[in-house]
Design a protein around this ligand. Structure first.
Ligand code: HPA
Length: 275
Protein backbone atom coordinates (compact mmCIF):
# COMPACT_ATOMS: atom_id res chain seq x y z
CA UNK A 1 0.00 0.00 0.00
CA UNK A 2 1.39 3.42 -0.98
CA UNK A 3 0.51 5.61 1.99
CA UNK A 4 0.83 8.86 0.08
CA UNK A 5 -0.83 12.22 0.68
CA UNK A 6 -3.45 11.40 -2.01
CA UNK A 7 -4.36 8.21 -0.16
CA UNK A 8 -5.19 10.03 3.10
CA UNK A 9 -6.67 13.07 1.37
CA UNK A 10 -9.72 10.92 0.52
CA UNK A 11 -10.50 10.54 4.25
CA UNK A 12 -9.81 14.22 4.99
CA UNK A 13 -12.02 15.37 2.07
CA UNK A 14 -14.85 13.13 3.30
CA UNK A 15 -14.57 14.61 6.81
CA UNK A 16 -14.62 18.15 5.38
CA UNK A 17 -18.12 17.38 4.06
CA UNK A 18 -19.26 16.67 7.65
CA UNK A 19 -18.12 19.91 9.29
CA UNK A 20 -16.58 23.31 8.52
CA UNK A 21 -14.67 23.26 11.80
CA UNK A 22 -10.90 23.32 11.20
CA UNK A 23 -9.42 21.78 14.34
CA UNK A 24 -6.30 23.28 15.92
CA UNK A 25 -5.67 20.39 18.31
CA UNK A 26 -6.07 16.65 17.71
CA UNK A 27 -6.69 14.48 20.77
CA UNK A 28 -6.42 10.68 20.94
CA UNK A 29 -8.22 9.16 23.92
CA UNK A 30 -6.75 5.97 25.37
CA UNK A 31 -8.39 2.98 27.04
CA UNK A 32 -11.32 4.04 29.21
CA UNK A 33 -10.36 7.72 28.98
CA UNK A 34 -13.37 8.24 26.71
CA UNK A 35 -15.36 10.34 29.24
CA UNK A 36 -13.30 13.36 28.14
CA UNK A 37 -15.38 13.24 24.94
CA UNK A 38 -18.36 14.52 26.98
CA UNK A 39 -16.48 17.80 27.48
CA UNK A 40 -16.64 18.58 23.75
CA UNK A 41 -19.12 21.35 22.98
CA UNK A 42 -21.23 21.47 19.80
CA UNK A 43 -19.98 18.01 18.84
CA UNK A 44 -20.10 16.64 15.31
CA UNK A 45 -19.51 12.88 15.51
CA UNK A 46 -18.41 10.61 12.69
CA UNK A 47 -18.11 6.82 13.08
CA UNK A 48 -14.75 5.43 12.03
CA UNK A 49 -16.67 2.84 10.00
CA UNK A 50 -18.02 5.62 7.75
CA UNK A 51 -14.63 7.24 7.02
CA UNK A 52 -13.00 5.95 3.84
CA UNK A 53 -9.47 4.61 4.31
CA UNK A 54 -9.72 4.86 8.11
CA UNK A 55 -9.29 1.89 10.48
CA UNK A 56 -11.84 0.28 12.83
CA UNK A 57 -11.60 0.02 16.65
CA UNK A 58 -11.99 -3.56 17.86
CA UNK A 59 -11.44 -2.98 21.60
CA UNK A 60 -14.58 -2.78 23.79
CA UNK A 61 -13.37 0.25 25.79
CA UNK A 62 -12.66 2.22 22.57
CA UNK A 63 -15.74 3.91 21.06
CA UNK A 64 -14.55 4.21 17.44
CA UNK A 65 -15.73 7.77 16.80
CA UNK A 66 -14.13 10.97 15.58
CA UNK A 67 -15.63 14.00 17.34
CA UNK A 68 -15.20 17.59 16.16
CA UNK A 69 -16.10 20.48 18.46
CA UNK A 70 -14.69 22.93 20.97
CA UNK A 71 -13.11 22.46 24.40
CA UNK A 72 -12.41 25.54 26.52
CA UNK A 73 -12.98 27.62 23.38
CA UNK A 74 -10.37 25.70 21.35
CA UNK A 75 -11.27 23.86 18.16
CA UNK A 76 -10.52 20.16 18.57
CA UNK A 77 -10.94 16.86 16.82
CA UNK A 78 -10.95 13.95 19.18
CA UNK A 79 -10.39 10.27 18.41
CA UNK A 80 -12.51 8.36 20.90
CA UNK A 81 -10.82 5.01 20.42
CA UNK A 82 -7.45 4.23 18.86
CA UNK A 83 -5.73 1.41 17.01
CA UNK A 84 -3.07 -0.98 18.29
CA UNK A 85 -0.81 -3.55 16.67
CA UNK A 86 -2.30 -6.26 18.95
CA UNK A 87 -5.63 -5.86 17.12
CA UNK A 88 -3.88 -7.21 14.04
CA UNK A 89 -3.02 -3.92 12.36
CA UNK A 90 0.41 -3.76 10.80
CA UNK A 91 2.74 -1.11 12.18
CA UNK A 92 2.57 0.64 8.80
CA UNK A 93 -1.23 0.95 9.05
CA UNK A 94 -0.93 2.73 12.40
CA UNK A 95 0.17 5.98 10.68
CA UNK A 96 -3.36 6.39 9.24
CA UNK A 97 -5.10 8.43 11.98
CA UNK A 98 -2.20 10.82 12.58
CA UNK A 99 -1.86 11.59 8.87
CA UNK A 100 -5.60 12.18 8.50
CA UNK A 101 -5.53 14.56 11.51
CA UNK A 102 -2.54 16.35 9.98
CA UNK A 103 -4.44 16.83 6.69
CA UNK A 104 -7.44 18.14 8.65
CA UNK A 105 -5.16 20.97 9.78
CA UNK A 106 -4.29 20.12 13.37
CA UNK A 107 -1.28 22.03 14.67
CA UNK A 108 -0.81 20.06 17.91
CA UNK A 109 -1.43 16.41 18.76
CA UNK A 110 -2.31 15.27 22.28
CA UNK A 111 -2.07 11.51 22.88
CA UNK A 112 -3.38 9.82 26.03
CA UNK A 113 -3.08 6.25 27.21
CA UNK A 114 -3.45 3.88 30.13
CA UNK A 115 -0.08 2.53 31.25
CA UNK A 116 1.51 0.28 33.85
CA UNK A 117 3.79 1.94 36.40
CA UNK A 118 7.37 0.68 36.36
CA UNK A 119 8.85 3.47 38.49
CA UNK A 120 8.14 2.39 42.08
CA UNK A 121 7.54 6.02 43.12
CA UNK A 122 4.44 6.02 40.91
CA UNK A 123 0.97 4.97 42.10
CA UNK A 124 -2.18 3.95 40.24
CA UNK A 125 -4.08 7.13 39.39
CA UNK A 126 -0.91 9.18 38.77
CA UNK A 127 -0.29 10.88 35.41
CA UNK A 128 3.00 10.79 33.49
CA UNK A 129 3.93 13.39 30.88
CA UNK A 130 5.96 11.39 28.35
CA UNK A 131 9.44 12.86 27.97
CA UNK A 132 10.78 10.14 25.67
CA UNK A 133 10.08 6.55 24.68
CA UNK A 134 11.77 3.19 24.19
CA UNK A 135 10.55 0.95 21.38
CA UNK A 136 12.55 -2.23 20.87
CA UNK A 137 9.59 -4.38 19.76
CA UNK A 138 8.30 -4.57 16.18
CA UNK A 139 9.11 -2.53 13.08
CA UNK A 140 8.67 1.21 12.59
CA UNK A 141 5.31 2.45 11.26
CA UNK A 142 7.41 4.54 8.87
CA UNK A 143 8.87 1.43 7.24
CA UNK A 144 8.37 1.12 3.50
CA UNK A 145 8.33 3.75 0.73
CA UNK A 146 8.68 7.19 2.32
CA UNK A 147 5.70 9.55 1.94
CA UNK A 148 7.79 12.64 1.10
CA UNK A 149 4.72 14.91 1.35
CA UNK A 150 4.61 14.18 5.07
CA UNK A 151 8.29 14.13 5.99
CA UNK A 152 11.83 12.99 5.19
CA UNK A 153 13.07 9.41 5.04
CA UNK A 154 15.29 9.87 8.10
CA UNK A 155 13.90 12.07 10.85
CA UNK A 156 14.88 13.27 14.30
CA UNK A 157 13.30 11.82 17.46
CA UNK A 158 15.27 13.83 20.04
CA UNK A 159 12.50 16.44 20.43
CA UNK A 160 9.51 14.32 19.34
CA UNK A 161 7.71 15.00 22.64
CA UNK A 162 7.71 18.76 22.25
CA UNK A 163 9.63 20.36 25.18
CA UNK A 164 7.36 23.45 25.29
CA UNK A 165 4.22 21.26 25.54
CA UNK A 166 5.77 19.05 28.24
CA UNK A 167 6.59 22.13 30.29
CA UNK A 168 3.05 23.45 29.76
CA UNK A 169 1.49 20.14 30.90
CA UNK A 170 3.62 20.03 34.05
CA UNK A 171 2.75 23.65 34.77
CA UNK A 172 -0.99 23.05 34.32
CA UNK A 173 -0.90 20.22 36.88
CA UNK A 174 -0.75 22.71 39.75
CA UNK A 175 -4.14 22.95 41.40
CA UNK A 176 -5.41 19.54 40.24
CA UNK A 177 -5.82 16.60 42.62
CA UNK A 178 -3.40 14.56 40.51
CA UNK A 179 0.24 13.57 40.91
CA UNK A 180 1.83 14.44 37.57
CA UNK A 181 5.34 13.13 36.77
CA UNK A 182 7.53 13.30 33.71
CA UNK A 183 9.08 10.06 32.47
CA UNK A 184 9.96 7.51 29.81
CA UNK A 185 7.30 5.25 28.25
CA UNK A 186 8.29 1.86 26.92
CA UNK A 187 6.25 0.20 24.20
CA UNK A 188 5.30 -3.48 24.46
CA UNK A 189 3.10 -4.93 21.70
CA UNK A 190 0.65 -6.88 23.91
CA UNK A 191 -2.08 -7.99 24.13
CA UNK A 192 -0.56 -9.93 27.03
CA UNK A 193 0.67 -7.84 29.91
CA UNK A 194 4.42 -7.99 30.31
CA UNK A 195 6.20 -10.59 32.41
CA UNK A 196 7.86 -9.54 35.70
CA UNK A 197 11.25 -10.18 34.03
CA UNK A 198 10.32 -7.87 31.13
CA UNK A 199 9.36 -5.18 33.63
CA UNK A 200 12.68 -5.56 35.47
CA UNK A 201 14.43 -5.23 32.08
CA UNK A 202 12.30 -2.15 31.24
CA UNK A 203 13.28 -0.54 34.55
CA UNK A 204 16.97 -1.31 33.97
CA UNK A 205 16.67 0.38 30.55
CA UNK A 206 15.20 3.52 32.10
CA UNK A 207 11.45 3.07 31.58
CA UNK A 208 9.04 4.65 34.06
CA UNK A 209 5.85 3.22 32.52
CA UNK A 210 4.88 0.61 29.92
CA UNK A 211 2.00 0.37 27.47
CA UNK A 212 0.76 -0.97 24.16
CA UNK A 213 0.04 2.23 22.19
CA UNK A 214 1.08 5.86 21.63
CA UNK A 215 4.60 5.23 20.33
CA UNK A 216 3.39 4.34 16.85
CA UNK A 217 1.38 7.57 16.70
CA UNK A 218 4.28 9.55 18.18
CA UNK A 219 6.52 8.27 15.39
CA UNK A 220 3.99 9.27 12.72
CA UNK A 221 3.66 12.73 14.35
CA UNK A 222 7.43 13.24 14.52
CA UNK A 223 7.76 12.23 10.87
CA UNK A 224 5.33 14.94 9.75
CA UNK A 225 6.68 17.54 12.21
CA UNK A 226 3.51 17.69 14.32
CA UNK A 227 4.10 19.15 17.81
CA UNK A 228 3.20 16.43 20.32
CA UNK A 229 2.15 16.05 23.93
CA UNK A 230 1.57 12.54 25.31
CA UNK A 231 0.06 11.76 28.72
CA UNK A 232 -0.10 8.36 30.43
CA UNK A 233 -2.57 7.54 33.18
CA UNK A 234 -0.91 4.97 35.45
CA UNK A 235 -3.79 2.53 35.85
CA UNK A 236 -1.85 -0.23 37.63
CA UNK A 237 1.63 -1.07 38.81
CA UNK A 238 3.33 -3.15 36.10
CA UNK A 239 3.76 -6.92 36.41
CA UNK A 240 5.78 -8.10 39.37
CA UNK A 241 5.89 -4.70 41.11
CA UNK A 242 3.18 -5.90 43.48
CA UNK A 243 2.78 -9.55 44.45
CA UNK A 244 -0.45 -10.13 42.53
CA UNK A 245 -1.63 -10.84 38.99
CA UNK A 246 -2.68 -8.01 36.63
CA UNK A 247 -6.09 -7.79 35.03
CA UNK A 248 -7.87 -5.67 32.46
CA UNK A 249 -10.50 -4.94 35.15
CA UNK A 250 -7.89 -3.23 37.35
CA UNK A 251 -6.92 -1.02 34.39
CA UNK A 252 -10.58 -0.16 33.72
CA UNK A 253 -11.35 0.56 37.39
CA UNK A 254 -8.49 3.04 37.81
CA UNK A 255 -9.25 4.69 34.46
CA UNK A 256 -12.88 5.13 35.54
CA UNK A 257 -11.86 6.49 38.96
CA UNK A 258 -9.49 9.04 37.46
CA UNK A 259 -11.57 9.99 34.39
CA UNK A 260 -13.18 13.05 36.09
CA UNK A 261 -10.03 14.79 37.38
CA UNK A 262 -8.10 13.71 34.29
CA UNK A 263 -10.76 15.27 31.99
CA UNK A 264 -10.56 18.53 33.96
CA UNK A 265 -6.78 18.49 33.70
CA UNK A 266 -6.90 17.77 29.95
CA UNK A 267 -9.29 20.67 29.50
CA UNK A 268 -6.84 23.02 31.26
CA UNK A 269 -3.97 21.71 29.14
CA UNK A 270 -5.89 22.18 25.88
CA UNK A 271 -6.95 25.68 26.95
CA UNK A 272 -3.31 26.58 27.56
CA UNK A 273 -1.90 25.29 24.26
CA UNK A 274 -0.97 28.17 21.92
CA UNK A 275 -0.94 27.19 18.27
N1 HPA B 1 1.18 -2.97 30.58
C1 HPA B 1 0.92 -2.62 29.30
N2 HPA B 1 -0.10 -1.85 28.95
C2 HPA B 1 -0.88 -1.38 29.93
C3 HPA B 1 -0.66 -1.69 31.28
C4 HPA B 1 0.44 -2.53 31.62
O1 HPA B 1 0.72 -2.85 32.80
N3 HPA B 1 -1.63 -1.06 32.00
C5 HPA B 1 -2.39 -0.38 31.09
N4 HPA B 1 -1.95 -0.57 29.84
Amino acid sequence: MAYTREYFQVAADFLRTKTDLVPETGVVLGSCLGPFAREIEDPVTVDYADIPRFLLSTVASHAGKLIFGTVAGKRVVCMSGRFHSYEGYTFEELVVPVRVLKLLGVKTLVLTNAAGGVNTDYRPGDVMVIRDHIKLNGPSPLRGPNAEDFGPRFFDMSRAYTPRLRALALDCAKGFPLRVHEGTYMFFPGPQFETPAEIRAARALGADAVGMSTVTEALAAAHCGLPLLALSVITNMAAGVLDRPLSGEEVDETAERIAGPFSDYMKAVIAAIEV
